[in-house]
Design a protein around this ligand. Structure first.
Ligand SMILES: CC/C=C\C/C=C\C/C=C\C/C=C\CCCCC(=O)SCCNC(=O)CCNC(=O)[C@H](O)C(C)(C)COP(=O)(O)OP(=O)(O)OC[C@H]1O[C@@H](n2cnc3c(N)ncnc32)[C@H](O)[C@@H]1OP(=O)(O)O
Ligand SMILES: Cc1cc2nc3c(=O)[nH]c(=O)nc-3n(C[C@H](O)[C@H](O)[C@H](O)COP(=O)(O)OP(=O)(O)OC[C@H]3O[C@@H](n4cnc5c(N)ncnc54)[C@H](O)[C@@H]3O)c2cc1C
Length: 661
């Protein structure tokens, strides 16, 4: 049963909900990993809806940037007071969720505090450092951010310019931004809100540069909030979206911090200027791997937001006719609309399933690393690099299709889809620009193929074992596993093609770097296919593990949409394997699976359990009463406070009057 049905709802939406074949709460339990976690989300939404001071003071699209930052801060402060009674304070998921519910997706002063400030202290700080700062940060006595990117350098961390030079005589590090390009640029919450930051700076001891390391740095006075002497800090200005966040710039001029402020769990500088290396050269990058490992689920949820809006709206929007000329048809009944939306629903489910899997893998890696075992770091770095790139790109595409699927109203901020799009596609850039990260995964794929070429296939990890197989025929009695083999064929042949291109260029005498650059488009294609294969196989495994038979049946239908769509989408890579008859068969299976999923479309998006407050969309309202609320929304626009604006009295009216003479 669909748990969203309520009296007074738009009858078209109720009809959709009645046609659903499964219980949406049970599906939510599968999406979020357990009945308890799904129920906690419902309980938190419900509790928040009953607290007047946590409601939006007005719709976000009607707020100026200053109002957004003020509203985010107001709510953050109230939340800090109320959180102990509302959520499990030890749960990162609940903390993120309640902020999303109450403040929304446009950013707020604590967005980075939870995800990029506290985790490095907790994982890279010594026990004493944790004792000193962790409690203060968790109680929010201080607000932090993560300052790594610079005006001139973001992707290439080796070229960062900020320095932290050890001064033995005073036992301090001296921070400097030697050039304009070395100014820290972009960190969220740095501009106006944070008073502390993790700063990534080149560690210099005895004139030797040991590369980027993390330091705890106080930026502002804890009483006055004024920048401390030696610090230049401010906001970088409005962005495409995410304007509730104050992304900032930061410069240092001979700014001194105690030796104890370098995070020293892994690398250390001793009082006499000795440098102790970390157990793995890239351990300082693990804060980024943590965030990347969470991005598939986060982005899957952004896509879920947009689809909830577009699918619900498509069920109440009537336009044109099919057979019955007496009543316009729901636009959701058009095959083109289904083709536009349903594969994205499948992707959103796939991203969330695989996102929770990578979070689990990261948590396991963290335990291993704390126990001195860093052997899994390369695998997870490669996996999360590819995953963040593919998922953010496809999420952006899916959200934009969802906007267009809403016609003209999709273009209005009342749909809120443009904000979701703007925030989500930031993910193509932050935490590693997508091409750069695809090329990181490509290094790993090339190395794997070189192992095969050197007769060491048995050393390949499970995620790349398929690179050594030799599939040349597919039995098209197609079940998910045959589709997986088709995808493996595509990913494998592209990985070999790209590697061989690189090797050929090398053998022709080209430098490694030039050969890599000339092969890089092919290499990124290999990385995408490898990642899409991983997403598909995780989806198949996940569906296989579902116990509730009604839920399993719908998920198999959704999986069929996914695998047929994905294989059609990569047609060019499987031309050597599949005949045109086989491609036609798959195409037809896709069309059949769109029809099969149609009665469950609304229930599938309802199962994401995104409340109206969180959705902030007039088009996507749970009750489907869109038109009357669109009219209300337009009337509440500040431009309509007065009938005659100054723009008219001051300029247009005089112009028209003058023209009359
Ligand atoms: C509904 C939604 C719910 C919630 C959503 C809420 C909010 C979301 C909204 C808004 C977002 C808010 C905040 C966004 C926060 C964004 C924060 C940031 O962006 S912080 C800055 C991030 N910066 C980057 O990611 C920089 C990218 N660059 C790099 O990581 C590195 O420079 C590089 C590309 C990896 C290269 O590094 P380097 O030059 O040092 O190394 P090499 O390329 O030479 O490689 C050498 C060797 O090392 C391996 N390696 C590299 N990194 C790692 C690693 N992390 N772990 C393990 N190994 C690593 C690499 O593979 C090479 O291996 P080899 O081939 O030699 O074996
Ligand atoms: C919303 C948002 C929030 C952010 N928050 C933070 C934060 O809190 N803290 C922080 O430190 N940073 C933050 N950043 C910065 C972000 O991490 C960087 O912008 C990102 O890592 C990309 O780096 P860049 O800007 O230097 O891009 P560039 O590297 O300049 O990319 C420009 C182009 O060059 C290409 N390119 C670069 N290198 C290569 C290569 N080796 N091979 C092929 N192509 C290449 C890229 O693919 C891209 O097309 C944020 C950014 C955004 C948009």
């Amino acid at each position: 049963m669909n748990q969203s049905i309520k009296p007074g709802d738009n009858p078209d939406l109720t009809e959709e909900r009645l046609s659903g074949t499964f219980d949406t709460n049970s599906m939510a339990a599968v999406i979020y990993g357990s009945d308890k976690l799904a129920q906690r989300r419902r309980e938190i939404s419900e509790a928040v809806s009953r607290i007047p001071e946590l409601q939006d003071s007005k719709p976000c699209p009607f707020m100026t940037r200053e109002e957004k930052i003020l509203e985010g801060s107001r709510k953050s402060a109230i939340l800090n007071r109320l959180l102990p009674g509302l959520i499990d304070l030890d749960s990162f998921e609940e903390t993120v969720f309640i902020h999303q519910e109450v403040i929304g997706i446009e950013g707020h002063p604590l967005a980075l505090h939870e995800s990029l400030f506290i985790p490095p202290i907790a994982t890279q700080g010594t026990d004493e450092q944790q004792k000193k700062w962790l409690g203060r940060a968790q109680r929010r006595e201080i607000i932090g951010c993560y300052a790594q990117t610079e005006l001139g350098h973001g992707s290439n961390l080796r070229a960062l310019e900020t320095t932290a030079t050890f001064d033995i005589s005073s036992q301090e590090f001296i921070l400097n931004s030697p050039t304009i390009t070395s100014l820290k640029w972009w960190p969220g919450a740095l501009g106006k809100s944070a008073n502390w930051s993790i700063v990534i700076a080149n560690l210099i001891v005895h004139d030797k540069n040991h590369g980027p390391h993390p330091f705890m740095v106080q930026l502002r006075d804890e009483k006055s909030h004024e920048p401390l002497p030696g610090i230049t800090v401010g906001d970088i200005g409005p962005k495409m979206a995410f304007n509730g966040a104050d992304n900032g710039f930061l410069g240092f001029e001979n700014y001194r911090i105690p030796r104890e402020n370098m995070l020293m769990r892994h690398s250390k500088v001793t009082p006499d200027g000795g440098y102790i290396r970390p157990p793995h050269a890239k351990i300082g990058y693990s804060g980024m791997v943590r965030v990347r490992s969470r991005m598939a689920a986060e982005q899957g949820l952004f896509l879920a937001h947009a689809l909830t809006i577009a699918v619900r709206y498509s069920a109440i929007r009537r336009q044109g006719y099919l057979e019955d000329r007496s009543r316009e048809v729901k636009v959701l009944d058009y095959q083109t609309q289904q083709h536009r939306l349903f594969p994205s629903i499948a992707r959103a489910y796939a991203f969330i399933f695989c996102g929770f899997e990578t979070i689990r893998l990261y948590d396991q890696l963290l335990i291993d690393v704390q126990n001195g075992n860093t052997s899994g770091m390369a695998d997870l770095h490669a996996l999360t690099s590819g995953l963040k790139s593919v998922v953010t790109h496809q999420t952006g595409e899916g959200i934009e299709q969802a906007r267009m699927a809403c016609g003209g109203h999709g273009y209005s901020m009342a749909s809120y889809i443009s904000e979701i799009y703007g925030v989500a596609i930031g993910g193509c850039t932050y935490e590693g620009e997508n091409m750069v990260m695809l090329l990181q995964l490509a290094r790993y794929l090339v190395k794997s193929i070189e192992m095969i070429q050197n007769g060491k296939s048995k050393n390949l990890g499970p995620m790349v074992a398929y690179l050594a197989a030799n599939e040349s025929e597919i039995d098209l009695n197609l079940g998910p596993n045959e589709y997986l083999k088709v995808f493996q064929y595509a990913a494998r042949s592209q990985a070999w093609r790209a590697t061989e291109k690189f090797q050929k260029l090398r053998n022709s005498g080209m430098s490694k770097e030039q050969a890599w650059n000339q092969a890089s488009v092919e290499l990124t294609r290999a990385s995408r296919l490898h990642t899409r294969l991983y997403i598909m196989s995780t989806f198949i495994n996940h569906v296989g593990s579902v116990v509730d038979q009604k839920i399993k049946k719908v998920l198999i239908d959704l999986l069929n949409v996914h695998i047929t769509y994905e294989v059609m989408d990569i047609g060019i890579y499987v031309q050597g394997l599949l005949s045109s008859d086989q491609m036609d068969l798959i195409r037809n299976q896709l069309y059949v699976s769109l029809e099969t999923i149609r009665p469950n479309a609304v229930s599938l998006v309802d199962s994401f359990q995104i409340s109206d407050m969180q959705l902030r969309s007039v088009l996507g309202r749970r009750d489907g009463n869109v038109y009357e609320n669109l009219f209300k929304w337009a009337k509440s626009c500040p431009l309509n406070d007065k009938d005659v604006l100054e723009s008219v009295t001051k300029y247009l009216k005089p112009m028209m009057d003058k023209s009359k003479l």
